[in-house]
Design a protein around this ligand. Structure first.
Ligand code: ZN
Ligand code: ZN
Length: 162
């Protein structure tokens, strides 16, 4: 199994490649994600922005309200408007939340944790043993060591740039 993952929008104008596995994958059951997907949850793979290589057509960034009140930037195909990833104010531009459903092989990127299960739709039944929290969680308690180290690397890179 190669460590790269390709994906894109529905009209195939936007194509991208993740050059490694993501840091962590959220399955978010909050009402905001339910509305934005039109479904029951969002599946977002968090990954360093420099590990997402654009292969074709730049997405357009749409400023969108978010639950935090600080807003999010959703990157959408300029033609078919499918969202391929978003950036939240917390992590800024350095971390992308790639919509797992836009990957060619989304099955390779299952969720690491279910969040905001307080508003999970009742028919969605989580697999036994799945990590799940009613709202949010403490990063150190759930992220694998390797991902925490990657995050540290990212933070120190950001500091150097300042
Ligand atoms: Zn498109
Ligand atoms: Zn959410």
């Amino acid at each position: 199994m190669s460590a790269s993952f390709e994906g894109g929008c529905t009209c195939r104008a936007v194509r991208y490649r993740m050059t490694s596995a993501p840091l962590f994958v959220h399955c978010c059951h909050c009402r905001w994600c339910q509305r934005e997907t039109g479904a029951s949850f969002a599946l977002n793979a968090m990954i360093e922005a420099d590990r997402v290589v654009l292969l074709q057509s730049a997405p357009e960034i749409v400023d969108t309200p978010s639950a935090s009140g600080k807003g999010q930037k959703i990157s959408r195909c300029p033609k078919c408007r499918i969202a391929v990833w978003s950036n939240y104010s917390g992590a800024g531009d350095a971390v992308r939340f790639v919509r797992v459903g836009t990957l060619d092989e989304p099955d390779r990127v299952p969720p690491d944790i279910h969040i905001f299960t307080a508003s999970k739709q009742p028919w969605v039944v989580l697999p036994p043993g799945a990590h799940a929290v009613e709202e949010y969680y403490e990063r150190k308690a759930y992220w694998p060591k390797e991902s925490l180290e990657r995050r540290e690397g990212l933070l120190s890179k950001l500091k150097e740039k300042r």
